[in-house]
Design a protein around this ligand. Structure first.
Ligand code: FE2
Ligand code: FE2
Length: 235
């Protein structure tokens, strides 16, 4: 299976033609398209609708997770319904199998990496915050445990490792992801992990167990030589 992946389109209606130009050839190059969150800029149905129209015209099976920007207006449920109605598979703590490949996905959350990960100690506000991070890890665990396929792809918006956010200011690393997600990935195993969110991070990294992790934020891909709008992974 050839998997095209991108993230952080931050779509707003004026960028309609640009997206069609950017993704127009995906059908020739890949069997599925993965969108790793921040599909819209402000999480508005008025942004999602033209994006869906553009995506449907690509005629490629599409699998997505939402990102923090898609939550900005509190309309994430509506966005999810719109996408599902259009035939886009949205993963939110769920698994999905297609042509012998399993996909597990969830948005993920902030929280920090390794010894720097925030723990649920002290004020109730901290505990609520950390719980949101743990809940996303549990959702990923649920998605992965639903899969029976031998080959497995994890789709996240937030990063599970520090290596692929490297390039951003170190002060904001804890807001770009959490290694709680990587612990789940390493425990369950996967062949490929795709995420976005760190617009100025690093393309490639690995979990502690050696599972490849790729940051596919479109800003990062377009900074490559030659510039691309998505990466294609062979599985
Ligand atoms: Fe983004
Ligand atoms: Fe984001």
């Amino acid at each position: 299976m050839r998997i095209a992946a991108t993230a952080d389109l931050h779509f707003s209606p004026p960028s309609h033609t640009a997206v069609l130009d950017q993704l127009g050839k995906v059908r020739d190059e890949a069997d599925v398209l993965v969108l790793a969150g921040d599909l819209t800029n402000y999480g508005l149905p008025g942004e999602m609708e033209p994006l869906i129209n553009a995506l449907v015209r690509l005629r490629v099976p599409t699998i997505a997770v939402l990102g923090n920007h898609d939550y900005e207006s509190g309309k994430q449920e509506e966005l999810l319904r719109m996408m599902t109605t259009a035939g886009i598979k949205v993963l939110d703590g769920s698994g999905y199998e297609r042509d012998g490949v399993g996909f597990a996905g969830t948005k993920g959350f902030v929280g920090g990496f390794g010894r720097g990960a925030l723990t649920a100690f002290g004020e109730p506000e901290i505990k609520v915050f950390v719980k949101a991070s743990i809940d996303e890890s549990l959702k990923l665990e649920r998605g992965l445990s639903q899969l029976r396929a031998a080959k497995r792809v994890v789709i996240l918006h937030y990063s599970p490792i520090a290596a692929t956010v490297s390039g951003e200011a170190p002060e904001i690393f804890p807001f770009l992801g959490t290694s709680r997600l990587a612990e789940v990935i390493d425990r369950h195993g996967a062949d490929l992990v795709i995420h976005g969110h760190a617009h100025h991070g690093t393309l490639d990294g690995r979990t502690t167990a050696g599972i490849p992790v790729h940051n596919v934020a479109i800003t990062l891909l377009q900074g490559r030589q030659p510039a691309v709008s998505y990466r294609v992974f062979d599985l």
